[in-house]
Design a protein around this ligand. Structure first.
Ligand SMILES: NC(=O)c1ccc[n+]([C@@H]2O[C@H](COP(=O)([O-])OP(=O)(O)OC[C@H]3O[C@@H](n4cnc5c(N)ncnc54)[C@H](OP(=O)(O)O)[C@@H]3O)[C@@H](O)[C@H]2O)c1
Length: 231
């Protein structure tokens, strides 16, 4: 039987798909859902139906450490992050990306390192992540990547461009960016700059999830993947 895996952010657009694909491959997969989720019962039903075990450990380092010790996952997929609208709805104080995108990732990697299990961290980041950026989102992603690299565990950092498809909520900016961006990149590809096109064109959760799992299970680690490496 394959070694167990843990998905943090298992209710997200990408996290759900990572969870589903792991379960289809008969990997024992634990899907983490925050205990204060407004739709906890619904997620319990949905994630259990795809074959995952649902865990609702609190976002606190000690509790997460104990959970990881018990599960002993070979990989931890971190697919966590917020948006301005979500952060507001959740009443997150201060810099929402610092608190969630960076803050929860830091808790996860600290807990994984403290557990002694030595799982591989597969971190879903973003193209352009940079801890020195003036953009709060890009900066938080850069800080989270630094935390992943600094944990003393094997790691994979994935940096997709736009992730598009039919999600349960409207994100017009995301869809528009994908359509306009892919159109421009098609022209770029025609004039010969295929590397540029492959790096920046949009992807979908199913393609990205398959790539995250492939990279997570591959013997190679401590690498940043973008473009074609995520297809
Ligand atoms: N979408 C894109 O185009 C794109 C492109 C490149 C990189 N990325 C990065 O990839 C990440 C994942 O993408 P996605 O589209 O799968 O995101 P998503 O659908 O918004 O999912 C985000 C996950 O984070 C969890 N989360 C958010 N706020 C939380 C909080 N306050 N406490 C605990 N958990 C919280 C959500 O849980 P709940 O369901 O409980 O809220 C959900 O499981 C993004 O955050 C983004 O930074 C996205």
């Amino acid at each position: 039987m394959p070694a167990p895996a843990l998905v943090l952010g298992a209710t997200g657009f990408v996290g759900q798909e990572v969870t589903r694909q792991l379960a289809v491959r008969a990997t024992p997969v634990t899907a983490h859902v925050r205990p204060d989720s407004r739709a906890l019962a619904e997620w319990q039903t949905k994630l259990t139906a795809v074959g995952a075990t649902v865990d609702t450990t609190a976002w606190e380092t000690g509790a997460m450490t104990a959970m990881i010790e018990t599960l002993a996952p070979a990989q931890i997929y971190i697919c966590i992050g917020t948006t301005r609208a979500r952060g507001k709805a959740d009443a997150v104080a201060g810099d929402i990306y610092e608190a969630i995108d960076y803050g929860l990732t830091k808790i996860a990697v600290d807990a994984a390192a403290a557990s002694g299990v030595r799982p591989r961290i597969v971190y879903l980041s973003s193209l352009g992540a940079n801890a020195s950026s003036s953009s709060a989102y890009i900066r938080a992603r850069g800080k989270a990547e630094d935390a992943v690299r600094g944990a003393g565990l094997p790691w994979i950092i994935a940096r997709p461009a736009i992730i598009t498809g039919d999600r349960g909520e409207t994100r017009i900016g995301e869809r528009t960016a994908a359509i306009v961006g892919d159109g421009l990149l098609a022209v770029v590809g025609l004039v010969g700059a295929r590397g540029l096109r492959n790096r920046y064109r949009s992807t979908t959760p199913d393609v990205l999830a398959a790539a995250l799992i492939r990279l997570g299970e591959d013997p190679g680690h401590d690498l940043v993947a973008d473009g074609d490496a995520l297809r």
